[in-house]
Design a protein around this ligand. Structure first.
Ligand code: FMN
Length: 362
């Protein structure tokens, strides 16, 4: 496959970022997150503070290519007209299915595909996919080669290793030798899940590997980076990082991608929640099955770090429809606004939001 074909999409991303800034900057992406980064949430984040790149939730290549299972993954791959085209993330273990899935993605209008080689989930591993491919590099290579026969630029998202982070010294060169367009490294081993701190100490070594083996491959760093500001600092400390991917940071702060961190009012947060409700209704009316219960997990993104936020959240946990949520908001918000009117907590407090998040994890 020609280099031009591999990289056009990503070249545009990099050029656009550089054109918007006076200094060299990495691109910022919102991480692919299962049951989170669908067309609804991507549009809410775009409204709050947009990253440069979005990813879909990961989608099973086998389901995509099987006529009977195809419908089951349509919702994951839905993209609204007004959205920026996200990168499609797929997973699988059969090279022919990966190639078939990419053909479908291309027909759907996707411009780039990412292959998941990092998912730690037991079911995915049992299917010889996700992070299991780190243990089976020959299959990983076959998958990349099959993917590159298609007409989309191919990127890979992976972890440092399966058992130990130091495995990256053997594993990453294998991927790099295929000149993937982007290599995203979640700086942990599979065994470390998301618990151990990300291994920033290996970044420079990874960048040197890239420079030597695949100078055209973009390196995107992922793990524990919560905001654009934190990502920029990391990129300054490690020259050569091309992209920064943020995942869970968005749960703590929907404005994680903001260039200049601003104070945000409760009213602005509620507006994001209302947008989420409206888009949920819009997508449901279009016939894509969406479960209301799944919507509840988003409430704490918007209602966090404010006085009275947790009591409002609790009320919303007992709802069953978007209409009920709107009703409670209309009824309760006047009281909440009145209560916080002279209080600095009318602004979102990210320190409180983080503490609140940590408490809810326990
Ligand atoms: C709820 C959730 C769902 C995820 N789903 C995916 C996925 O579908 N594909 C993927 O490559 N990674 C997935 N991840 C991993 C993230 O993309 C990211 O690598 C990880 O959260 C580390 O980044 P962070 O510390 O910025 O959150 C998921 C993570 C979370 C928290």
């Amino acid at each position: 496959m020609s280099e031009l074909k591999q990289n056009t999409f990503w070249d545009e991303v990099v050029e656009k970022v550089q054109a918007n800034h006076k200094t060299t900057q990495p691109f910022f992406s919102m991480a692919p997150m299962e049951a989170v980064t669908d067309t609804i949430f991507r549009r809410v984040v775009a409204k709050a503070s947009a990253p440069d790149i979005y990813y879909t939730e990961f989608t099973n290549a086998s389901s995509m290519v099987h006529p009977k299972a195809r419908f089951s993954v349509q919702g994951r791959l839905a993209v609204a007209k007004e959205e920026e085209q996200p990168v499609a993330q797929i997973w699988g273990s059969r090279p022919n299915e990966i190639a078939g899935a990419i053909k479908i993605l291309s027909e759907m209008g996707y411009r780039a595909v990412d292959i998941n080689m990092g998912c730690p989930d037991g079911t995915v591993i049992k299917n010889s996919s996700g992070s299991d491919l780190i243990r089976h590099p020959e299959l990983a290579e076959e998958i990349i080669i099959a993917a590159q026969t298609g007409n989309l630029p191919v990127s890979v998202k992976t972890r440092l290793g399966f058992y130990k982070p130091e495995e990256f010294r053997e594993w990453l060169p294998i991927v790099l030798r295929h000149n993937v367009a982007v290599l995203t490294v979640h700086l942990r081993s599979r065994k470390e899940m998301s618990k151990a701190p990300a291994h920033y100490e290996f970044i420079d070594e990874i960048l040197a590997m890239r420079d030597e083996i695949a100078p055209n491959t973009l390196i995107q760093i992922n793990g524990d980076i919560k905001t654009r500001v934190e990502g920029l600092k990391l990129a300054q400390e490690h020259p050569g990082i091309d992209g920064i991917m943020i995942g869970r940071g968005i749960f703590e702060n929907p404005y994680a991608f903001e260039e200049q961190p601003n104070q945000h009012t409760l009213e602005e947060s509620i507006a994001l929640l209302k947008l989420q409700l409206d888009l949920f209704d819009e997508v449901s009316e279009d016939g894509t099955k969406k479960h209301f219960e799944a919507l509840k997990r988003y409430f704490k993104i918007y209602l966090r770090g404010f006085a009275h936020a947790s009591s409002l959240r609790q009320m919303l946990m007992d709802t069953h429809t978007t209409a009920e949520v709107r009703e409670i908001l209309t009824r309760e918000l006047t009281k909440v606004y009145a209560a916080v009117a002279d209080d600095k907590h009318i602004y979102r407090d990210n320190a409180i939001a983080s503490a609140d998040m940590a408490a809810s994890r326990k």
